[in-house]
Design a protein around this ligand. Structure first.
Ligand SMILES: Nc1ncnc2c1ncn2[C@@H]1O[C@H](COP(=O)(O)OP(=O)(O)OP(=O)(O)O)[C@@H](O)[C@H]1O
Ligand SMILES: O=C(O)[C@H](O)CO
Length: 524
């Protein structure tokens, strides 16, 4: 391994880490982890990303280098967890030309923002944008269906003189349900819920959603044709694929029924499919979905990603440095089953905290596991190099950051989310290891502030969690079988390990953080 690692020499480390301010050292690892997470969320606030992406010069707007003339011809639609704040900022910038707008945002969004004093993310009283709230617990419902109808209606009325600004963020799929008849809302809801519960990835889920929806997969752009369409997208999907974020309503994409059926088959849903779904999948794809010259709307559409997980991690790293850590970004696309992902972080912690040269088996297992969890060998080698040098040269604490969206295969009926389950499983990986005092500490949090159908964004754990739970009569094995991580963390030590920022008004997937304290002399 030493030979492999020597290929990846890191940047010389900044000297200031060795001279941390004493106040920082007194702050607990837990508090610092929470502060770094907060910085990640702050960087991708909806108003900030919109402001950074739109340049207004009198009656001209410039977006991603493209110029558009405003002539009181601007219409606005939006759907997603971050869209209210995005719309408020867009209206501040271009509102004098805004004719009308409709947005679909999560249930309770406006009240939450008011309660948290985030008035700058709310629309002004005389706004021309209609806010519709729905999709409780991130599942399509009647309210979201009505919002989708309103959005479809607005788009259908546009002419070639109009400009449609589309604001898109994660959670948009559930907030824009327009099932292709005769599929009912309930049937669509059931298919997507079963797929998500079986551990389907967002790529698989949205491949199916696109095939069953009027507005996804370019449907919205089709309804808006011949208007000019500009979509500003806050990405919550690994690699920022335009056709998958909120199921790509302004990205023309062909539907391949075979592909959709193979996803449904993989999760054993083929036999229980409603007749309406089979009917829709058996029909030829509508003309506009095919990329022929007559039907193509893409010349009229600009899709622009204005914020993502990488922006959040960059700012998290900056905050970590201020708090006395040496930041290292492992990867932006951590995915796969939480069991494998927890193993990855357990191995990295062992690697970083080894008394001597880490046994080569750890590096070998990490490199074997990498592809399964979306982490390139190159990134693993680079990270191990940094951790190894930190250990041998006695550098201060390290903050290892990663982004992504792992999955959980639900086997029980408890309450939880992938972040809480991951944090719990990492704690089990760390259990019983010979580790330095104060750490390592692991945090996993959804940047939207909502992990699965729970009030928490995630949790913070360490190697002492098992003993703590045992002392309080909590049976971790049972909890995991029942996917009941939220109940577990709520009961454990009065919920102190939960990460509860409330709805954050943004959404760029999850942030994972492994804080590794300095290795004391006696175990080095
Ligand atoms: N009890 C549970 N324990 C663990 N994970 C769960 C549980 N219930 C749901 N999940 C997982 O939570 C995920 C849904 O979480 P969430 O509602 O935060 O969606 P999301 O992917 O962040 O949504 P979006 O991308 O639309 O914002 C699913 O992958 C599901 O498997
Ligand atoms: O809404 C969705 O489809 C997911 O959040 C991915 O963008």
């Amino acid at each position: 391994m030493a030979r492999v690692l020597s290929l990846f020499r890191p940047q010389p480390f900044l000297a200031h880490v060795g001279r941390r301010k004493p106040t920082l050292c007194k702050m607990s690892m837990d508090s610092r982890a929470r502060m770094v997470f907060a910085a990640a969320v702050e960087a991708v606030q909806p108003d900030t990303v919109v402001r950074q992406s739109i340049e207004r010069k009198e009656d001209l707007v410039i977006i991603n280098g493209h110029k558009f003339t405003l002539k009181h011809n601007l219409h606005l639609v939006g759907f997603g967890k971050a869209v209210l704040g995005m719309a408020a900022e867009a209206e501040r910038i271009m509102g004098d030309h805004l004719v009308k707008g409709v947005i679909s945002v999560p249930h309770g969004m406006q009240q939450t923002l008011q309660q948290h004093g985030k008035d700058h993310l709310l629309l002004k009283e005389n706004s021309r944008i209609r806010v519709m709230e729905g999709a409780k617990h991130n599942l399509p419902d009647v309210d979201a269906h009505q919002a989708a109808e309103g959005i479809k209606q607005l788009a259908s009325e546009l002419t070639e003189k109009d400009l449609l600004l589309v604001l898109i963020s994660g959670g948009g799929s559930a907030l824009l349900p327009a099932p292709i008849p005769p599929i009912s809302l309930q049937e669509k809801h059931d298919v997507t819920r079963k797929l998500a519960g079986a551990g389907a990835t967002i790529q698989e889920l949205n491949t199916v959603r696109r095939a069953l929806s009027l507005l996804k997969g370019g449907g919205l752009a089709h309804y808006a044709h011949p208007a000019q369409v500009v979509s500003l997208i806050l990405s919550d999907v690994i690699g920022d694929p335009l056709d998958l974020i909120a199921s790509g309503p302004t990205v023309q994409s062909e539907v391949w029924p075979e592909e959709v059926l193979s996803v449904l088959e993989r999760y054993k849903l083929l036999n229980s499919l409603p007749a309406s779904v089979k009917d829709v999948l058996g029909r030829p794809s509508p003309k506009w979905r095919e990329k022929t010259d007559e039907s193509n709307t893409s010349g009229n559409v600009l899709n622009s990603v204005i914020g993502s997980n990488s922006v959040a991690l960059k700012c998290a790293g900056r905050r970590a440095r201020e708090l006395g850590f040496r930041p290292v970004v492992l990867a932006l696309g951590v995915c796969g089953d939480v069991r494998s992902v927890s193993r990855l972080y357990g191995l990295l912690a062992r690697f970083a905290c080894s008394e001597e040269e880490p046994p080569p088996e750890i590096a070998a297992e990490l490199l074997r596991l990498g592809p399964e969890v979306g982490v390139e060998s190159w990134d693993l080698c680079r990270t191990m190099q940094v951790l190894d040098e930190g250990r041998t040269e006695g550098w201060g604490s390290t903050c290892l950051l990663a982004g992504g969206e792992p999955t959980v295969e639900l086997t029980g009926k408890g309450r939880g989310g992938r972040n809480q389950e991951l944090a719990l499983r990492v704690a089990l990986e760390l259990r019983g290891l010979k580790l330095p005092p104060n750490g390592p500490v692991f945090l996993s949090g959804g940047t939207d502030g909502q992990d699965g159908p729970t009030e928490a964004a995630g949790a913070i754990t360490d190697g002492g969690l098992y003993e703590e739970a045992h002392a309080q009569g909590l049976d971790i094995d049972n909890i995991l079988t029942n996917n009941d991580s939220y109940t577990f963390f709520s009961r454990l030590s009065a919920g102190q390990r939960l990460l509860v920022p409330g709805l954050t008004c943004t959404n760029v997937m999850d942030v994972h953080m492994l804080l590794i304290p300095p290795i004391p002399i006696n175990i080095r």
